[in-house]
Design a protein around this ligand. Structure first.
Ligand code: GFB
Length: 316
């Protein structure tokens, strides 16, 4: 173990998001004090607010799950927000962490940092070896800057600041707004609404042929806590499930779980994005971490959560 969490103060930035929420739940068994702060307390895009908050809160460690995130359409149509917001959030937090002597910092990236046509499965050293996928290059550039910033503080000041690169995530607490969501919550909602309304079909974006790897947010949170405790190194670490499926296969699986038996129609005016982004997660596996939640079980749990908690499920 490189960092003992016992009795430490840990700030989970972005605790209201899916990954942040899962991380707060996961940290409960670690004997540490979890610090959270909503937008009304600190606007992470404002440097002075972040500095004041950290001066006051004095965490020993930070898990940075705060980010402007969204699916392929949101990324493609709101490039300024995805680039500016994410650069500001990460720069403010990392610099203020250093100024306030935060001992351990974990930055969260995304598999979209890798080149569009990276060889599969994508290893950590593929970073910056080719052009990015245009639909999310803005978000990817911001996340690459975050990785580099954590590395820079490590190199210049000897800080134990590390980065994890999760694959496509899903789970309870996800965003089910069809204009900004990722594919998993979108398909769950569409299949649910079609079933309730007795529709004959659901529409998925693109050809259905792109392949994606999915990891449950609770598995991701477990990996983040594992890395916080056990990893100290310059290079970012991939966090994945090790398996991918096509969007069409995912849609069929979700329809099966939801029990929607209609047809699947493709909207070819919408982008496919990256053809494939399966992570090589061997580095993390060789440290002793593996995911625990099978895809079908995770979808079943997420669907139950959606039905019970999501406002969108109540308005059908
Ligand atoms: O999850 P998703 O939005 O993001 O889309 P990416 C994955 C695939 O699912 C794409 C297709 O090929 C979509 O065209 N898809 C089919 C749909 N139907 C739908 C639908 O109703 N909604 C959505 N959203 N997709 C994001 C990046 O890329 O992944 C982010 O834009 C980030 O930057 C994130 O990295 C993890 O996997 O294509």
């Amino acid at each position: 173990m490189t960092f003992d969490l016992n009795r430490k103060r840990v700030w989970v930035a972005g605790h209201r998001g899916m990954v942040g929420g899962a991380t707060v739940r996961r940290l409960k068994s670690e004997g540490c004090e979890v610090i959270t702060a909503g937008r009304e307390t600190v606007d992470l895009k404002r440097q002075a607010e972040v500095e004041a908050f950290l001066r006051d809160a004095r965490p020993d460690a930070i898990i940075m799950a705060a980010a402007k995130v969204g699916g392929i359409l949101a990324n493609d149509t709101r490039p300024a927000e995805f680039l500016y917001d994410n650069i500001m959030i990460e720069a403010n937090i990392i610099a203020a962490a250093h100024d306030n002597d935060v001992q351990k910092f974990l930055f969260l990236g995304s598999s979209c940092i890798y080149p569009k046509f990276a060889s599969q499965p994508i290893s950590e050293d593929s970073l910056l070896t080719g052009p990015l996928e245009p639909t999310n290059e803005w978000y990817a550039i911001a996340k690459i800057a975050g990785i580099k910033l954590a590395q820079a503080y490590r190199k210049q000041y000897g800080r134990d600041y590390i980065s994890a690169m999760p694959t496509n995530l899903y789970g309870p607490g996800d965003n089910f707004d069809l204009r900004s969501s990722h594919v998993m919550p979108a398909i769950i909602r569409k299949a649910h609404e079609a079933k309730i309304q007795g529709a004959k079909n659901i529409t998925v974006w693109g050809t259905g042929q792109p392949r994606r790897e999915f990891l449950h947010a609770d598995d991701c949170a477990d990996a983040l806590v594992f890395l916080l405790k056990n990893y100290s190194g310059d290079e970012h670490v991939n966090v994945g499930s090790g398996e991918d499926i096509t969007i069409l296969e995912l849609t069929q699986l979700v329809c099966d779980v939801v029990e929607f038996r209609g047809e699947i129609i493709h909207d070819l005016t919408k982008p496919d994005g990256t053809p494939r982004k399966l992570m090589d997660a061997n580095k993390l596996r060789s440290m002793g971490w593996a995911p625990a939640i099978a895809l079908r079980n995770g979808i079943e749990e997420t669907y139950s959560w959606f039905k019970e908690n999501s406002p969108e499920a109540q308005t059908v």
